[in-house]
Ligand binder design. Structure first.
Ligand SMILES: *Cc1c(COP(=O)(O)O)cnc(C)c1O
Length: 456
């Protein structure tokens, strides 16, 4: 029997028990209608069954703590354990959300100052609990800014075709009309396509720089002056702030509003749904509006905020400035090492991440096949089929926390997979071969999900 074949209920054998308690004397007689009619079907298992079952399950998980996780647009970097320990000190962990604490206030205020210094914004609100939540909060601030000036006609927002999917979604939820601006061949915003989209009904533009292709918008100053020129504001999607740390600041590029994902860049592990934090920073002229926006019941996800401050203070100004540089160096190293095996649609120096468009010699092998085969070699797959500018996108972001040895091993495996595609494509079509779950039928999984086990 393989350990992952069974649920704890299926391991049950009548009479087995993992604990012993003294017989309970029932003191209260419950009314009949509250009494259970049949015994609760709990699994009957021994202690060793329980320990093996859950220990084995825990090892089926893949995380940054178990291996290399080059998931582009996600910054799955290693998060120092000391930050976790600090955030779990009882004084922090046990604080009630309604408790007034000068200590916590000081932490929020210090992080506000640190993030302002890193980003060039004036102040942050820590209410948002995710990046997308930050986008919505930031766009509400954008709208509030225009309305505070008696300007009610600004309904359109420009979003590039390479944007993260949450950008147009947040704008739509905020009641704005999304207008897409095209990218040029080289992956950057096409200024000539941008110009006709400007106007008095423009609320602003949402950008990320470097963009989702890992490319720096060199014309950002010109974009900023065009958008400001017609009265719009610039929103910066800073979910992936990693490559910019200590190098360049969105505030200096001309952005007015931005969010950060503390759970990508600032030492909170993510994936699986939280907790996260997407603080929103604004430039000086929008600071008075921070007080009127309420998108969360409390100040923020305090544990995440403590980790971010601990991370920033432990690295310090000097070392935090290395993170972005190493992240970019690592990405370029992988890109250049694999360009003879994978198709590089945009050939330029990248920042923290880059995109291949499938194999150079696909031989019928898709990006999905490559991603599945990587699992066999013990790697998490990169982001695939995003951005949608290419048909076979493979988006790789190694982060600064990986060593050259790890990168070299990954490069060797990626080359081996390219070789396998030439020699034995069937091996890739049927991958993965070494994982607990093979290749699921994704259509069936989406159309008829079975999410619950029921006893026979
Ligand atoms: C991850 C990400 C987001 C969304 O962040 P969530 O915390 O998942 O809501 C937004 N924009 C970009 C560029 C991202 O990478």
């Amino acid at each position: 029997m393989k350990y992952y074949d069974k649920l704890i209920f299926e391991l049950s054998e009548s009479g087995r028990c993992a604990f012993s308690l003294r017989e309970a004397k029932v003191e209260v007689e419950l009314p009949d209608n509250l009494k259970r009619q049949s015994p609760l079907p709990l699994p009957e298992v021994s202690e060793v069954d329980v320990v093996r079952h859950y220990t084995n399950l825990s090892q089926m998980n893949f995380g940054v703590d178990t291996g290399f996780y080059p998931l582009g647009s996600c910054t799955m970097k290693y998060n120092p354990k000391i930050d976790e320990e600090i955030s779990q000190l009882p004084e922090f962990r046990d604080a009630h959300p309604l408790m007034h604490s000068e200590g916590l206030e000081e932490i929020y205020s210090q992080l506000d100052k640190a993030l302002a210094a890193i980003t060039g914004m004036s102040h942050f609100t820590f209410q948002p609990c995710a990046g997308a939540h930050g986008e919505l909060t930031g766009l509400m601030l954008m709208r509030a800014y225009h309305e505070s000036r008696g300007d009610f006609g600004r309904k359109r927002i420009i979003v590039p075709d390479s944007a993260h999917g949450t950008n147009p979604a947040s704008a739509a939820i905020c009641g704005l009309d999304v207008v897409v601006v095209k990218s040029k061949e080289n992956g950057l915003v096409d200024i000539e396509s941008l110009k006709p989209l400007l106007g008095e009904d423009l609320a602003g533009i949402m950008l990320t720089n470097p963009n989702t292709l890992g490319l720096f918008e060199k014309d950002i100053k010109q974009i900023a002056s065009l958008v400001h020129g017609c009265g719009g504001l610039l929103y910066y999607d800073g979910a992936n702030m990693n490559p910019l740390l200590g190098v360049v600041r969105p505030g200096d590029m001309g952005f007015d509003i931005m969010h950060l994902n503390l759970h990508k860049t600032f030492s909170t592990p993510h994936g699986g749904g939280g907790p996260g934090s997407g603080p929103v920073g604004v430039c000086e002229k929008l600071v008075p509006l921070l007080g009127i926006i309420r998108t969360s019941a409390f100040h923020g996800n305090t544990g995440v905020i403590i980790k971010a401050l601990a991370y920033i203070l432990s690295l310090g100004k000097q070392h935090i400035a290395l993170a972005g540089k190493y992240a970019s160096l690592n990405a370029n190293y992988i890109k250049e090492s694999l360009r003879d095996s994978y198709k590089l649609p945009i050939d330029s120096v990248c920042k923290h991440e880059f995109v291949f468009d499938g194999l150079l010699e696909p031989n019928g092998v898709s990006t999905l096949d490559v991603a599945k085969r990587l699992l066999d070699y013990g790697y998490h797959a990169p982001t695939i089929y995003f951005p949608m500018l290419f048909h076979q996108s493979i988006m790789i972001e190694p982060t600064e926390t990986e060593s050259k040895q790890t990168l070299d091993e990954f490069i060797a495996v990626m080359k081996k997979i390219a070789q396998e595609a030439v020699e034995d494509p069937e091996l890739l079509h049927s991958a993965p071969h070494n994982t607990p779950v093979g290749r699921p039928d994704e259509t069936a999984a989406a159309r008829q999900p079975i999410l619950r086990w029921r006893p026979e």
